[in-house]
Structures are given as C-alpha cells and as structure tokens.
Design a protein around this ligand. Structure first.
Ligand SMILES: Cc1cc2nc3c(=O)[nH]c(=O)nc-3n(C[C@H](O)[C@H](O)[C@H](O)COP(=O)(O)OP(=O)(O)OC[C@H]3O[C@@H](n4cnc5c(N)ncnc54)[C@H](O)[C@@H]3O)c2cc1C
Length: 612
C-alpha cells in the first residue's frame, strides 16, 4: 500500500501512533522517492561552460575569486567590455540537475555542492539543534548559493538602504540595479501600480504562483494573517509598504527552471572569448607586492597543481560571507590580533570577519485543520516541481514603529508531512525528537509552519581562521542575542506568530501551537512569556542570510570603501554579500546580485568604460 493509502486507512481507523504508520523516515527513502521528479527533465540541464586551460604565470585583466552568486553576475558584466580579459575561478564544479529543478532544493545540505560548515555552540542557545550547532549551508559550485537557495526574491526596502547611509548606495541607485537584474513575470504585480518598481528585461526571471490550484492555500494563509490584524500587500518587495503577501520566486515559469546566476548571467556570457572560467580550483592566497601593497594576482590549487595567475588590473574577491574573509586573512588582511595568533604577516589591519549579521529565526508550527485532503497536498506541491515545492507567503512588520523589523516566512504543509520533516531535520538541523514530535502532532492536520526572523540584529558574530590551511573551515560564531534587545524582539515576534491560531480559518478545528520536546522549558506555561523566552533560546538558528564580514565603511571601521576597494591595498575589491554593512529586510540573494551589478558599474566607471 502506498504512503497516501496508509494515511487514508489510518484516518478511517482512528488516529494511529507514529510507529504504527511505519513512515519511511529514513531520509534516503524520502530522497529516492523524489528522484522520480527528475525523470524526463534532463533537457533542462544547461550545457555548462567548459573549464579553461590556465597555465602557471598566465595573466588576465581581472581575476574573480569565487564563481558564486555575485561572481557569475560580475563575470558577465565585466566581460561585456570586449577589450578586457576576465578569469572567473570557482572552487566547485557544475551544478547538478537537481539544482535546476526548484522542488529538489532539499537535496543540497551535506552534499558535495555544499561547503557544509557549522556554527560554534553558544550555550544556553541551540539546545534544540543537532550537536547544539547551527548548520551553515553555502553553495560550492557555479552560481554558488544561488544554485541551492530557497528561490525567494526579496530585495529589501528603502528603509534598509537609508540605514546603510553610504554614498553610491542610496535607494534610487540600488533600485536601478535591482531593476536591471530582474524580469518580473508575476501577473498580479504586473497588473498593478507596483509594476513600476520592477525590471522587465534583466537576467533573473521571477514568477509567482497565482494561477496554480495547488497554491490556493497561500491565499488562506494571507487571509488568516489579516484576521489577526496584519495587512495584506500585493508586492512584498514594495519599497515602503509592509504586510503579508505572495512571493516572487527565481523560477522561469515557462520551463520551470531555477534562475541561479550561473544559469542566467554566466550562461548568456559563456561564448565570449574574453571570459575564461576555471572550475574545481581553490584560490588559496591573494598575491600582494610587499613594497607597494599592490595586488598582482592569486595563488590557486587546480587539479592537484599549484599555480600563480596574475592580474593586470584587479583581483576581485567574491567568495561569500565566510570564505571572502577567510581568503583575505590568509593573505595578510585582517585584525592584527587574529593574524598574529597564526604568525601571518600583516599587510593591512582591518576588521575582516567582524560585524557578521544574520537573520536568526525561531520556528513556530501549528496543528491546523483536520483534513484528509491536506495529506495529498504534500504530494501535489512536489509534482509541481517547476515551482517552489509548497504554498508559502511572507510578511514584514515593525514591533513598535514602521521599520520592517520582523519577517514571517510562513508555509502550509499537508498532514503527516515528510517534506516538513525533511526541512526540519535535514535543512535546518533540528533534533530528530523535535521533528518527529511535529509529525506526531500533525498526523491528520494541515500544518502552518513559520520561520520567524529578526531582520536588523544589533548583535554581531565573527568569522576567524582555524589555521593557515586554506582547506580548513573557518570558525563561525553567530553570537546571537549578545545585545539583549534582539532577544526581546524575537520573543515578541514568536509570540505573535503563535497567535495565528486565533484566525477565523482555524476556529472550527482544534488548532493549537505544536508543543516541542524542550526539556529545559518543562514546567513553564505556554501562556507565559517565560516559556517563549525559553523556547526562543532553544530553537533559534540561522536562516542563512549572513552578511557584513567585509563590510563597507570608512577606513578604521570598515574593510572596503563605498567603491568596494579594500582599504590600504590597491587593485583589490570585495564584491559579494560580505560587503553589506547592515542586514536588509528580506533574504539576501537579490541584494547580493544588486551589489554585483553596482560593483561592475563602479569598476567600469573607474576605467572610463561605462557607457550610457
Ligand atoms: C540554504 C539557503 C537558502 C537560502 N535561501 C534564500 C532565498 O530563498 N532567497 C534569498 O534571497 N537568499 C537566500 N539565501 C541567501 C543567499 O542565497 C546568499 O546570501 C547569496 O547567494 C550569497 O551570495 P555570495 O555571492 O555572497 O556567495 P556565494 O553565492 O556563496 O558565492 C561564493 C562562491 O565562492 C566560491 N568560493 C569560496 N571560496 C573560494 C575559494 N577560496 N576559491 C574559489 N572559489 C571559492 C564558492 O564555492 C561559491 O561558489 C539562502 C542561503 C542558503 C544557504
């Protein structure tokens, strides 16, 4: 009997206990059952660019270290200048077929396409997480993290960039580059006054779910939030308006493929003779001339060989929030006390790896309406594998003012959702007993599940070197809630999320918050703030939106200036998520692409190559 047959049978004979259902909880079984979704989709796999043959001592005008989200966008824009030669160096290789198919994003954690780092323990936090550590997923392939992320296009708002308060990065400027990067296809937005905030011929195609019957539940969720006092919005990327609404996804609706920067920016530039792409090659050091502090090239390990490659004009580091600071520190650019510990010769004493900011989130699951149909939703969403695999919405609001301080990312899972179980354990690293308990309490109930995010943390974490070996993972410390205001705000927001159970939609069922097995919170009433404080300490983890480790700022406070040039070192820039000085309200991929678009124009302007 199939999985659905099992569930239907058990519904007729009363609610069973988990062992009776004999769920295939083994992850391999779950993932193997998804492999059917790739059948017949082989044609969707792009013909990725060939790896270049690069000899020791070769030179290029620009070398980009890291072919990820920002790196691929930059490679395209810089190689538009026909008389520049550009080398893009990526530690990983081509993205797999399951990167192309949006519904299969859950296959990435711990795969060879993931750097698979961990955050350090931070007692008394993280007790609901496996090994009491946050998972740190990051893409190791062309397109980097844009090849594995959760496909949400969320640009941030005018408020966020006003907070950056940096010349070159005011709202009108960044909006121009957001528009340049995207082609909005969401019909609801296009048929509204919001169309003017969006691009219509950029590389990244964006679609919504408006016409898909399987996603009607998104409207149910939006109405439920309206019921408990939140506003509905048409465009969750509106520069100012806050509220709850549908999400544009980085999915090309016509063919149903993920829009990473590899499948878009890089694919459309791969035929250019002046762009070379070197795959499976690790940049181990930036070569900086001792006498002048001028950057002249990079050292790499490529297919077992060490080589030096030289840059006639500039080296650009685009290795992401964890590996860009690692590479700078290995090259002598970083906090003096950190480099001294490892006897690394100092080229520039800068706060590299400091100022790490993230969207810490705490999950809230509700036991929703009893429904046989809800069990089928688990499957229907997956069969629509050309979309995000399940109905989700998001909303932004302020706790005491108009700043978008809190983001709810809210999905509606079906009853007995193995997909939810997989997200819970495999993607977010919650303990087995936590994820099993959610499943047990929602065997016959649809399951609204929220990631409640703190958008503008005042607490900052660090990335430091573990050793001088470039293969060693860096030490990542999130240091959440070191500013107590952050803890208070996230607790408020989680309590708000629990109030969704009061919405009219849930009134005729026995909807309630799913109680997680958190031994340290035993004995506390779920009606008390004390309980929720305990809950937030135990369940908070990373939503993978880390920024700021090579932040823009004046010399003395930042690592790069507002043209993204490293202070005190010539011919070296950093261009990726690490340069954002402050978190934005929303996921960070769109803003990273915007940074790359803006960065490319700053470089072109510096060499008199900016046309128009
Ligand atoms: C699981 C997950 C889900 C997410 N979901 C969303 C979402 O839905 N929406 C959203 O907006 N954001 C999301 N994000 C965040 C967003 O995708 C990232 O902020 C963004 O992609 C980071 O881009 P980047 O260019 O800074 O780094 P990356 O894209 O990580 O690029 C860095 C590249 O450099 C390479 N590299 C590193 N070191 C070296 C070296 N020494 N030599 C050579 N190459 C090197 C890496 O392999 C990688 O390809 C998610 C992140 C994760 C992890």
């Amino acid at each position: 009997m199939g999985f659905l047959g099992n569930v239907a049978n058990n519904l007729q004979s009363g609610v069973p206990s988990l062992p009776q259902l004999e769920f295939p909880l083994n992850l391999t079984t779950i993932l193997a059952s998804f492999s059917v979704l790739t059948e017949g989709k082989e044609d969707l796999q792009p013909l990725w660019p060939e790896s270049a043959q690069v000899a020791d001592g070769d030179s290029y005008d620009f070398i980009i270290a890291g072919g990820g989200t920002a790196g691929c966008a930059l490679a395209n824009r810089l190689s538009e200048v026909g008389d520049w030669s550009v080398l893009l160096i990526e530690a990983g290789g081509d993205p797999p077929l399951f990167s192309t198919i949006p519904g299969l994003l859950i296959l990435f954690p711990h795969s060879p396409y993931d750097w698979d780092y961990r955050g350090e323990p931070q007692p008394p936090l993280f007790s609901a997480l496996g090994q009491n550590r946050p998972l740190v997923t990051a893409g190791k392939m062309l397109g980097g993290t844009s090849s594995l992320n959760h496909l949400v296009w969320s640009r941030g708002r005018q408020y966020d960039f006003n907070e950056w308060n940096k010349s070159n990065w005011d709202w009108d400027t960044v909006l121009k580059y957001f528009k340049k990067s995207e082609t909005m296809k969401d019909k609801t937005i296009l048929n509204s006054e919001h169309a003017k905030f969006h691009g219509n011929d950029g590389p990244i195609v964006l679609t919504g779910h408006e016409d898909r019957p399987a996603f009607k539940k998104e409207f149910t969720l939006i109405e439920a939030f309206q019921d408990v006092g939140f506003k509905r919005v048409i465009d969750t990327n509106d520069p100012e308006e806050l509220g709850f609404g549908q999400i544009p996804y980085t999915v090309n609706d016509y063919v149903g493929v993920r829009q990473s920067t590899a499948s878009t920016y890089l694919m459309s530039a791969k035929g250019r003779n002046n762009l070379h792409i070197l795959k499976n090659s690790l940049v181990t050091k930036i070569i900086i001339e001792e006498s002048s502090n001028r950057t002249v090239g990079v050292e790499i390990e490529s297919w077992g060989k060490r080589k030096q490659i030289f840059a006639n004009l500039e080296v650009i580091v685009s290795a992401g929030t964890y590996n860009s600071p690692q590479l700078l520190m290995l090259s002598g650019i970083g906090p003096q006390e950190e480099l001294n510990k490892l006897n690394i010769e100092i080229k520039a004493n800068l706060p590299v790896g400091r100022n790490m900011q993230d969207h810490a989130f705490s999950p809230v699951a509700l036991r929703g309406k009893t429904s046989v149909i809800s069990a089928t939703q688990n499957v229907v969403g997956l069969l629509e594998s050309g979309t995000f695999p399940l109905p989700c919405i998001q909303g932004f609001y302020g706790l005491n003012g108009t700043a978008p301080e809190i983001q709810h990312f809210q999905c509606m899972f079906g009853a007995s959702s193995l997909l939810l179980f997989t997200f819970c354990q495999h993607v977010f690293n919650f303990k087995l007993e936590v994820c099993t308990s959610i499943l047990e309490q929602t065997l016959v109930n649809e399951t609204p599940f929220a990631l409640v995010n703190l958008e503008f943390p005042k607490s900052t974490g660090t990335v430091t070197l573990r050793s001088t070996d470039p293969h060693d993972p860096p030490i990542i410390k999130f240091d959440y809630f070191t500013n107590p205001e952050d803890f208070e705000k996230l607790t408020d927001a989680v309590m708000n999320a629990a109030m969704l159970k009061n919405a009219q939609y849930f009134k005729d069922g026995d909807t309630d918050v799913v109680k997680l097995p958190l031994p340290e919170c035993d004995g506390l009433s779920m009606d008390s703030r004390e309980y929720w404080e305990c809950y937030v300490r135990a369940t908070t983890t990373s939503n993978f939106h880390t920024v700021g480790t090579c932040a823009m700022g004046e010399n003395g406070e930042g690592v790069v200036d507002t043209e993204l040039r490293v202070h005190g070192i010539s011919n070296l820039r950093v261009i990726d998520a690490s340069v954002m000085p402050k978190e934005i309200s929303g996921e960070t991929c769109a803003a990273t692409i915007m940074v790359a678009e803006r960065g490319a124009d700053l470089i072109k302007a510096a060499y008199g190559k900016l046309s128009g």
